[in-house]
Design a binder for this molecule. Sequence first.
Ligand SMILES: [Zn+2]
Length: 156
Amino acid sequence: MPTTLRFDRSSEATPRDPHRTGCPFHDVRAMLRDVGLRPTRQRLGVGWLSSRKGDRHITAEILHDEASRARVPVSLATVYNTLHQFTEVGLLREFAVDGSKTYFDTNVHEHHHYFVEGDNEVLDIPGEVNMAEMPQVPAGYEVARVDVIVRLRRKD
Ligand SMILES: [Zn+2]
């Protein structure tokens, strides 16, 4: 069964796209080519790791850990830099929880998140979040993006 890559921005890719073969490595290569990034070994490795399980919220540490286990030789700094490069070209969306924890989301469509305290788990909020009233932005500015993070904790 072909791996579905969120990365390929399926709205733009057709099933007959000659680049897309169903092989994850080929798809990552095509995805990198589409955004103008040279398919280096590190980028292919990080691209494959981050997209192989469908939509995910990952940190550089999680991905580096998976790289080690999958015997993809890549340093934490390289994972971090590569994730940032992917974010810059729109393949990933970055958001911070707790100020220090940076997550990268393979779903780049507009959506919001639950954060489960204690478990450090990030979940997508399905559907829209109704913002009753947006604040008036200062003159000369516009809203670039709104990230809602609803923090959850388990009930006793
Ligand atoms: Zn998400």
